[in-house]
Design a binder for this molecule. Structure first.
Ligand SMILES: O=C(O)c1cc(=O)[nH]c(=O)n1[C@@H]1O[C@H](COP(=O)(O)O)[C@@H](O)[C@H]1O
Length: 272
């Protein structure tokens, strides 16, 4: 998917919501556990109910790998279901990969070619030759971890290195990578106060912003400095939407939570 197609979808739906599919068998409604593939059944119901309110879905790969081959099959069925039934949706493999060049190429093939995701999250720690193999894929997006939502972000990312914070080096250096136009960045919603500095370095890039909902991040704070001329934000909520209820009404409860966020986004977009 091109960035332009993503932007068009955002304006059409008046939403820049991404729903995180972090499926945990201990949290989904009990009646689904009797099904042949409970994870896929859960995802399918959530996607069918919320696809008009969201522009993207982000399965966190750990939640599938945790169930071995079965989990990987559920992931494959989920991404195929989206790509066949809702091809306009932007898909993110939240895999947080990155390794020496030839290994990164194999990760890229796994997520961009075999599973046909539109994008993948990547850790920048191993540098240019670990990131560029992902950037080589046309119309695929590499979402680099810049300033993450967790407390551990302060261990390294905000440390001063040669006069500026490490995350700023990540933003600046990555802009010179080959095919850098395929880059997006992760900035946690809990770090909204850093966004005006971040936008000075990468005014045009899309940001994936997790941490709204369960982690306490605030949508208005993120939008205040995070929005750009093409919106430039994908706000992710996982647990806050998909586990709104663990009863028979789980899909309707997810719609209610997604609608609250979409309405707030519509208001922000129309007042922009
Ligand atoms: O890359 C991510 O998506 C990510 C980066 C980050 O800094 N913080 C963060 O929470 N995430 C992911 O975003 C999702 C947040 O989930 P909730 O807190 O349940 O909305 C999880 O899948 C996290 O792994």
């Amino acid at each position: 998917m091109t960035t332009q197609e993503l932007v068009q979808q955002i304006y059409k739906k008046k939403s820049f919501l991404c729903i995180g599919l972090d499926v945990d068998l201990t949290k989904i409604p009990k009646h689904l556990l009797d099904k042949e593939d409970p994870i896929f059944e859960f995802n399918k119901a959530i996607i069918d109910a919320t696809h008009h309110l969201a522009v993207g879905y982000k399965p966190n790969i750990a939640f599938y790998e945790a169930y071995g081959v079965k989990g990987w099959k559920s992931l494959e069925k989920t991404i195929q279901y989206i790509n066949i039934n809702y091809p306009e949706l932007f898909t993110i493999a939240d895999a947080k990969r990155g390794d020496i060049g030839n290994t990164s190429t194999m990760y890229a093939k796994a997520f961009f070619e075999d599973l046909a995701f539109d994008s993948i999250t990547i850790a920048p720690y191993m540098g240019k030759d670990s990131v560029e193999p992902f950037l080589a894929f046309k119309n695929k997006h590499t979402i680099l971890l810049a300033l993450t939502s967790n407390q551990g972000a302060f261990d390294f990312q905000t440390k001063n290195v040669e006069g500026k914070e490490l995350y700023k080096h990540v933003l600046e250096v990555s802009k010179s990578y080959k095919n850098a136009e395929n880059l997006m960045y992760v900035v946690g919603a809990t770090k909204a106060e850093y966004l005006s500095d971040i936008r000075k370095i990468i005014p045009d890039s899309f940001l994936l912003v997790p941490g709204v909902g369960a982690q306490g991040g605030n949508l208005d704070d993120v939008c205040k400095y995070g929005l750009n001329h093409q919106v430039g934000l994908l706000i992710n909520s996982s647990r806050g939407i998909i586990y709104a209820s663990d009863g028979l009404d789980y899909a309707e409860a997810a719609v209610k939570k997604a609608l609250e966020l979409q309405k707030a986004m519509e208001k922000i977009l129309t007042s922009k």
